[in-house]
Design a protein around this ligand. Structure first.
Ligand code: HMG
Length: 438
């Protein structure tokens, strides 16, 4: 159907819904019911959700689960995870429980620098631009004072501004490359406000720089925006134990397990097709905690994958080794997260998640999120290199299949019991339902 509309954004919520169901749905009442059944009966709470974004018509639920028993730097955490995929929370929980008895996870924040850039065009002598930049740099920082003063009082602010010549890549292209410390805030608004002020000052002051010709005075600002690539906002998460301690009731050959595990990581280090899936498994854990704590998972995803390609080939984010009988598994990833600002003070479930995590600082949250990613990867690799992924994944997915077939509570109980001793496949579940209903 090819239907456009002008002024949609100005319609009320119910007018928007009416237009949608009238335009796209044959069973209009049913379509409306689907939307309205997700409205919250608490009008204030519903209004809060309506106002998070634009053209809101309903709420889109994701389950919020928790993975207990995460021992991180000696402190126990129950980690909140918002995710739609079955077996992720179970896998995280299982990995947490496994490492709980083996010293837990160690996590360290290596750096916290964020980046923003003013991209501009200048078609004059580079030397003169450098001289102009030197003369105006302090003014750039001074003019942003009203934006930075509160952040500075807390110990953060602008770290530096550099002029970068990018003309070898694109004719006339330069940058003001700025670095920031934004403490517990993710810092996107702070950084973007600073950058836009830099751009204004930089353009205005150029008009007064006496060594510029009239053409050189016309610096063309293209855009001012933070970068979601934050290779200097890094956190490391690690687990390690003697190889012999890797055994448990399902794994009686710890040496063979450790070797195969390291091989699996090595494969992801050299083979991009495998690395993408390997890292996707890591992001299962990372995104789920990032989302539960109200952070920007698109920013995290973009930055993490860029980091995975930093040496020119897409590669594994995790690494593993066996040295002197010690198994070590670790990861370093860039994470720009906030525990103040944005949704953190607004969304009731985000507030809940942060309180569950003992109200962490941004640095502590970086550690928790990295650990969730490492745990997820450990669980997936452990399954992949032993039973295969389907056994555990399908065991967890069983409920989804039963729900697809509208199984009753009694049917569910019966079939779950049956699959305690049988391998779950989609076909086997369908057969079991059919047999039960015959
Ligand atoms: P299991 O050994 O059958 O579980 O593992 P269990 O019933 O023996 O229980 C052991 C523990 O696992 C439990 O301890 C829980 O911690 C956890 P307890 O709570 O009993 O003290 N656990 C659960 N937690 C919550 N709800 C549950 C539940 N069941 C167990 N229902 C498990 C089953 C699925 C955990 C295991 O097979 C596993 O870790 N599999 C890996 C699953 C996975 O990685 N899923 C992600 C989706 S697949 C994917 O997208 C990524 C991938 O492609 C990445 C890659 O290729 O690298 C795989």
């Amino acid at each position: 159907m090819n239907t456009s509309i002008s002024g949609f954004s100005k319609l009320s919520k119910s007018e928007k819904i009416n237009w949608i169901v009238d335009t796209y749905f044959s069973n209009k009442e049913q379509a409306k019911k689907i939307l309205t059944q997700y409205w919250n009966s608490d009008n204030k709470l519903q209004q809060l959700h309506d106002e998070f974004i634009e053209n809101t018509i309903t709420n889109y639920y994701l389950p919020l689960g928790v993975a207990p028993n995460f021992l991180i730097n000696g402190k126990l955490h129950t980690i909140p995870m918002a995710i739609e995929e079955s077996s992720v929370v179970a896998a995280a929980s299982k990995a947490a429980k496994f490492w709980l008895d083996r010293g837990g996870f160690k996590a360290t924040v290596l750096s916290t620098t964020k980046i923003g850039q003013v991209h501009f065009m200048f078609h004059g002598q580079p030397k003169k631009l450098e001289a102009y930049f030197k003369s105006v740099k302090n003014r750039l920082i001074a003019d942003a004072k009203s934006i930075t003063q509160n952040m500075e009082k807390r110990g953060g602010g602008i770290l530096d501004i550099e002029l970068r010549n990018k003309t070898e890549k694109l004719s006339g292209y330069y940058q003001l490359h700025a670095t920031f410390e934004t403490l517990d805030a993710m810092g996107a608004n702070f950084i973007n406000s600073c950058l836009e002020q830099f751009a204004t000052t930089f353009k205005q002051e150029a008009l007064r720089f006496k060594d510029f010709t009239d053409t050189e005075k016309q610096i063309e600002i293209v855009m001012s925006i933070l970068s979601n690539y934050v290779p200097n906002c890094l956190v490391r998460a690690e687990v390690s134990c003697p190889v012999s301690d890797l055994s448990d009731n399902k794994n009686s050959h710890p040496e063979a397990f450790a070797q195969k595990f390291v091989q699996a990581v090595n494969i992801a280090e050299v083979e991009p097709y495998r690395a993408v899936t390997h890292n996707k498994g890591i992001m299962n854990g990372i995104d789920a905690v990032v989302l539960a704590t109200g952070n920007d998972f698109r920013a995290v995803e973009a930055g993490v994958h860029a980091y995975a390609s930093r040496n020119g080939t897409y590669s594994s984010l995790t690494h593993a080794k066996i040295e002197n009988g010690i198994f070590t598994f670790w990861m370093e990833i860039p994470l720009a997260l906030g525990t103040v600002g944005g949704l953190t003070g607004l969304h009731p479930l985000v507030k809940f998640a942060l309180e569950l995590l003992h109200k962490p600082s941004a640095k502590e949250l970086m550690q928790i999120v990295a650990v969730a990613g490492l745990a997820q990867n450990f669980a997936a690799l452990r399954s992949l290199t032993t039973t295969g992924i389907q056994e555990g994944h399908m065991k967890m997915h069983l409920m989804n299949i039963l729900n697809q077939f509208d199984a009753t509570t009694e049917e569910k109980a019966h079939i779950i019991n049956h699959f305690k001793t049988h391998v779950v496949t989609h076909r086997a579940v369908v057969e079991a339902i059919d047999n039960l209903r015959k």
